[in-house]
Design a protein around this ligand. Structure first.
Ligand SMILES: [Mn+2]
Length: 142
């Protein structure tokens, strides 16, 4: 399994390729706010572990293994954002909070969260109910 840092790279490389059709070292460095030399180092490691193929002047392509994991990581990020939104987390915290937890949950927990998200999405009454509990509690405190 990739380390949290490798996951960040794979997630970002996968989204860049989805959006632009390619992922350059400079784009990855900018997106992750790291130095290009750190990107080169990590990309070489990901190449060694067969997640991608990197050729200095031709750029990089994800292997089937890299694509599969990249997609899984991007989907996990979206699911967790959706989860945060449903439980009522303020939009301004969602991205950073997801970045903070996404690498530290087991896939079993992710599956459980997926069902919880489905549960709330299946019936708007359920979300209204959750909001009502919160509002009642906040009113008590006033
Ligand atoms: Mn992420």
């Amino acid at each position: 399994m990739p380390t949290p840092s490798m996951e960040d790279y794979l997630e970002r490389i996968y989204s860049l390729i989805e959006e632009k059709g390619y992922a350059r070292v400079s784009d990855i460095a900018e997106a992750l706010e790291v130095h290009p030399s750190s990107v080169t180092k990590m990309v070489q490691k990901l190449d060694k572990d067969k997640y991608l193929i990197y050729e200095k002047y031709r750029g990089l392509v994800l292997t089937p293994k890299g694509k599969k994991i990249g997609k899984r990581l991007v989907d996990r990020h979206s699911l967790l954002e959706e989860f945060m939104r449903i439980i009522g987390v303020d939009e301004s915290h969602i991205y950073q909070d997801v970045e903070g937890i996404e690498h530290h949950l087991s896939w079993e927990s992710i599956t459980c969260i997926e069902y919880l998200v489905q549960y709330f999405q299946a019936d708007p009454v359920r979300m209204a109910e959750l909001q009502r509990i919160r509002q009642e509690d906040e009113q008590k405190e006033e």
